[in-house]
Design a protein around this ligand. Structure first.
Ligand SMILES: Cc1cc2nc3c(=O)[nH]c(=O)nc-3n(C[C@H](O)[C@H](O)[C@H](O)COP(=O)(O)OP(=O)(O)OC[C@H]3O[C@@H](n4cnc5c(N)ncnc54)[C@H](O)[C@@H]3O)c2cc1C
Length: 419
């Protein structure tokens, strides 16, 4: 098979890249042969399972400062600026035929139907309408620059594809669909790229605390802070006690600090605070009526209130007006800086994304093209950046996919026919 543009990986970034590449070529009056080689039986598997089956397509507001990357920060901005959030929103409202639904308390945007499958359907439809072709069940086993340069050879099981341009969008190592291997990291490295160390991110934390595990199922808003050496992350949002440890957006959003610390064998400190500042809790306990237990239970789930009282060694029935200053201090500390005995993360099995990846300095943010391998374009999670929970990772995938697809199509005018 021969292609002008071979997109390797038909996930979020790859589907947008393929549609953009085919559209851009057509606009210039050329029909480009754009193929998407997808390992799984169907493209966009992760879109289907995203957002609990609803697909949090985008965030309602930019928060680029919350992206995590070991590459220079300004580059994250430059990749995102290339396809601004407002334009992405218009694209999806056009594709989905209606305004995206905003979930007010989380500022997440969902499709009008609230169904992830409609997002995938719209993207696959766009790819087909643009004239690109998706070839499912086609895991790419190897990718190399063809002898003499100027084009690429992609080895599939029993097939060889020659392509003038390649968009590498094989995604991350987490929740891999059957047949997929996220091979892009290895090929990019072999072609000379620096791949910054990979780690699971946006992943539940594991713990060794039977008393906390006993609270499995308790969920509430919280603020979590993880610190390890120089690294620190803090996040507010939903927090959930699980049988294995902790989950919910606030825990997931700091999990990269834990994953990296565990990898490096560094100590970690993770604390959680519930509802209000230390001063507010202190004031409430000083001036409130009733017992310590009733005061906490009015503000927190019962089982959590009981755990915090035990941690602070304050009797449930202790009258507030007789609570000693030291007991009050212990209780405030338990509520606003409860230590979590975190042992690690659940790993790639449940991680939403993979941290690390191809160094952004080695990719042109204006076109998505590799600065080391002409004709190679990179998009999505294979690049060294990820965002927090809230639609930011699709924002990254749509932005970098769009740039790489259009960049690959534009570059076709540079010539270099398949020998
Ligand atoms: C459970 C879950 C829920 C999520 N929910 C959200 C959400 O609501 N909002 C949000 O913004 N983000 C969410 N994410 C993150 C988001 O799905 C990813 O950040 C995004 O899909 C990354 O896009 P990508 O195209 O780089 O990778 P992917 O979408 O993973 O696509 C990569 C594609 O490459 C294919 N592939 C891999 N190896 C090969 C190979 N060797 N040959 C051919 N094909 C290959 C894969 O099969 C896959 O289709 C979620 C992730 C998970 C796991």
């Amino acid at each position: 098979m021969e292609a002008d543009v071979a997109v390797v990986g038909g996930g979020a970034a790859g589907l947008v890249a393929a549609a953009r590449a085919a559209e851009a070529a057509a606009r210039e009056g050329r029909a480009a042969r754009v193929v998407v080689l997808e390992a799984a039986r169907e493209p966009g598997r992760k879109i289907l399972v995203s957002g609990g089956g609803r697909c949090n397509v985008l965030p309602a507001r930019d928060a680029r400062e919350r992206f995590v990357s070991a590459s220079p920060r300004r580059l994250v901005d430059r990749f995102l600026d290339r396809f601004p959030l407002a334009h992405q929103r218009s694209l999806f409202e056009g594709l989905l035929g209606g305004a995206l639904r905003e979930e007010a308390e989380t500022a997440k945007l969902f499709p009008p139907s609230n169904r992830a499958r409609d997002v995938r359907l719209a993207l696959v439809g766009w790819v087909a309408a643009a004239g690109a072709r998706v070839v499912p069940s086609s895991p790419v086993r190897d990718l190399r620059v063809a002898a003499g340069g100027g084009s690429f050879e992609l080895r599939l099981d029993g097939d060889l594809v020659r392509a003038r341009r390649v968009v590498l969008s094989t995604g991350g190592l987490s929740v891999l669909p059957a047949g997929a291997d996220a091979g892009g990291y290895g090929w990019a490295e072999r072609m000379g790229h620096r791949v910054r160390p990979l780690y699971p991110a946006l992943v539940p934390l594991t713990a060794a605390s039977p008393s906390h595990a006993a609270l499995a199922g308790v969920s509430l808003p919280a603020r979590v802070v993880a610190t390890s050496g120089e690294e620190r992350a803090a996040a507010s949002g939903g927090f959930l006690f699980t049988h294995r440890g902790y989950s919910g957006p606030a825990a997931l959003d700091v999990s990269h600090v834990v994953a990296r610390a565990v990898e490096a064998g560094r100590p970690i400190r993770v604390t959680v605070s519930f509802g209000g500042s230390g001063e507010e809790w202190d004031e409430g306990l000083r001036t409130g009526s009733g017992t310590a237990g009733s005061h906490l239970r009015r503000r927190l789930p019962d089982r959590l209130a009981e755990l915090l009282l035990r941690e602070a060694r304050v009797p449930d029935g202790a009258p507030l007006h007789r609570l000693a200053r030291e007991a009050r201090r212990r209780l405030v500390e338990a509520v606003t800086a409860l230590e979590l005995t975190v042992t690690g993360t659940e790993g790639y099995r449940t991680a939403e994304v993979t941290g690390g990846g191809v160094a952004l300095e080695e990719v042109d943010p204006g076109s998505g093209e590799s600065r080391l391998v002409p004709g190679l374009f990179l998009a999505g999670e294979v690049l060294d950046a990820f965002g927090p929970i809230g639609g930011f990772n699709f924002q990254w995938a749509w932005a970098t996919g769009s740039t790489a697809g259009a960049g690959a199509a534009r570059s076709l005018t540079r010539g270099t026919a398949i020998p």
